[in-house]
Ligand binder design. Sequence first.
Ligand code: ADP
Length: 359
Amino acid sequence: MIKIEHLVKNYGSNCAVDDISFSVESGEIVGFLGPNGAGKSTTMNILTGYLSGTSGKVSIDGIDILADPLGAKKLIGYLPEQPPLYLDMTVDEYLNFAYDLKGCKLPRAEHLAEVCEVVKITDVRKRVIRNLSKGYKQRVGIAQALVGNPKVIIFDEPTIGLDPKQIIEIRNLIRTLGKGHTVILSTHILQEVQAVCDRIVIINKGKIVADELTENISRAVENNRRFNVKICGPSREVLSAIKSMSGIVYAEALAERDGDAYTYMIESDYGVDVRKKLFYTMAERGWAIIGLEALGMSLEDIFITVVDKSAEDKIRQSKPTRRRSGGKDALEKQVAEAMVQEGAQKRAIADATEIEDEE
Ligand code: ADP
């Protein structure tokens, strides 16, 4: 439905969008995620025909935005970061104005009533926009985007400045709209794309650094195969007992010590829950487990891992991962490798401590 090929946008010597390509299939809700200044708005403005690119090609449902801007724009509903509202108009006046501007051919009264119903603004249709709350203003902006029933809807930072209740309402609304439309949601809020989108495209400094299904990102966040476990007992023997357990792919002693207890970071194989076995193995030897903490990765960690160039460089320079390489997506590998890297640093500290303790 949306195809962006080798898009470049230079502002003078500043390259805001640097040769990006991605496509969005019909019916998908795609999150376009990146820090401020990454190039999101520039891309959205080119996609919606408000700006022209320096080079590259953008097409909507097969229509080239440069060759046939009007034809392409008819397929798009756009909610910019600042909704283009005329504050002195009533909601009804404004939506009728949008209807005329778009040259909409659908039956006017029914169509506008339906749009107001979908975004739940029927009760404020006669009110002047200036007097509405920020949440309602945002809904009116979304209603404007829906006039003409476009196939594609593009939201640029749709929840900025809203209170938590309004944020939830707008996210639910976007999800509902995604059932009948192709949606791009541009935002710098990770939780927003995770809550709403099927797929996430991450942009940083004008370049795409990740393009992943949301479930893959969530899996990397939620998969609890890594634990910190605190065990009372001699650290070398405990570590060797943990390492000899089946289902454990990695274990190391960390620098933390609490009385006669040491903390170990352990990692189990895919789909294996080692916690009970770990308990019985340690109990058999009289070593008490006094703490068990699941280590996930927050979306922020993943985001930093993916967009932080220095982290990427570290990953590239790191030794090959101990993990099986086949069949897992690139992002999870990146995340895993970053964690192994971090683990290696902690182990170096632990080794130093262990030598001191046992010498
Ligand atoms: P985002 O929406 O991700 O915050 P933008 O697309 O607004 O990023 O900006 C990308 C880069 O382009 C930034 O470095 C910004 O300063 C620059 N930029 C954006 N608009 C203009 C402009 N009209 N003139 C010059 N530079 C611009």
